[in-house]
Design a protein around this ligand. Structure first.
Ligand SMILES: O=C(O)CCC(=O)C(=O)O
Length: 282
């Protein structure tokens, strides 16, 4: 039986249940984080900034090193402490803000357009560079995960890194905001319903985050699209999602084709009802 490396303490679990997030959690050493950053930057040297490629979303299907990160025992032990032993990764996304590029993320709840049947869903957000308030760290409204699903407005604003630029209509008092400062290799965990966002990067380094979305196996897609996920721990007795294959080779021919097919399906979900065409290749 695998040794559990990073089960959360009861205090940490209580903190997540009360606030809707937990931070910081050390996952990778500074050196490991720097190696992962180099992996990303080698990819970018050959293919351009990841945020301008389709591999910004679901990179775990085409980059072997991301496929390894989502199976990291320290991450899985922490997630298991909250969601239990049977875990699927439903998505991964890079969120990279270049120095002074003005990009940001409006306050929103992740659950808004994901079409998932239950809120037993969370994100582990891993910092591959320093993510401090000055470089555009995430900010959270503590306790807001208890508010149920709130109405959002789609803004499609320039510079907003969300697909629809969606913004929660519920007012948030800036004095109640918690800033999630993370050193390279640290991670935070947030609930699918917490109100969160982030400001532009006004530091001289890139702010690089990898968001990993975990769901319990009893969660379903309810918005009528075919949906996919990767089983990373335990068993899936429900089979609500088509299981994704693990990439054998970074950007191999098969991996690229699988990614295209699955990412196109997920774009249908994210753009549902907008009247806009999904932009897989941008
Ligand atoms: O990277 C950010 O600043 C925000 C990311 C986010 O909204 C998320 O991971 O749910």
């Amino acid at each position: 039986m695998a040794v559990k490396e990073l089960c959360l303490t009861q205090k940490q679990i209580d903190c997540y249940r009360t606030d809707g997030f937990l931070s910081p959690i050390r996952i990778f050493s500074k050196e490991e984080a720097s190696r992962l950053r180099s992996e990303l930057e080698c990819f970018e040297a050959a293919h351009g900034l990841v945020m301008g490629t389709p591999y910004r979303n679901k990179p775990h299907l085409v980059m072997t090193w991301v496929a390894e990160v989502i199976r990291n025992a320290r991450i899985l032990d922490a997630v298991e402490s909250i969601l239990g032993p049977n875990l699927l990764v439903w998505g991964t996304n890079f969120f990279v803000k270049e120095p002074y590029d003005g990009t940001f993320i409006s306050l929103h709840q992740d659950s808004t357009y994901w079409g998932l049947s239950r809120p037993e869903v969370l994100t582990v957000w891993v910092a591959l560079s320093a993510s401090y308030r000055s470089s555009g760290a995430m900010k959270m409204a503590p306790g807001s995960h208890k508010l149920e699903q709130l109405p959002h407005v789609d803004t499609f604003e320039k510079g907003n890194l969300l697909t629809r630029g969606q913004k929660v209509e519920h007012g948030v008092d800036e004095n109640d905001i918690a800033w999630i400062d993370l050193a390279p290799g640290e991670a935070s965990i947030h609930h699918v319903r917490i109100i969160h966002g982030s400001e532009p990067n006004s530091s001289s380094d890139r702010r690089i985050g990898l968001a990993i979305r975990f769901v319990r196996t009893d969660v379903k897609q309810v918005n009528g699209v075919k949906d996919y996920a990767t089983l990373v721990r335990g068993r899936d007795d429900f089979q609500h999602f088509q299981h994704e294959p693990r990439p054998k080779e970074t950007l191999g021919e098969v991996e690229v084709a699988v990614h295209k097919q699955i990412a196109e399906e997920s774009f249908k979900l994210f753009y549902q009802g907008t009247g806009r065409e999904p932009t897989f290749d941008q």
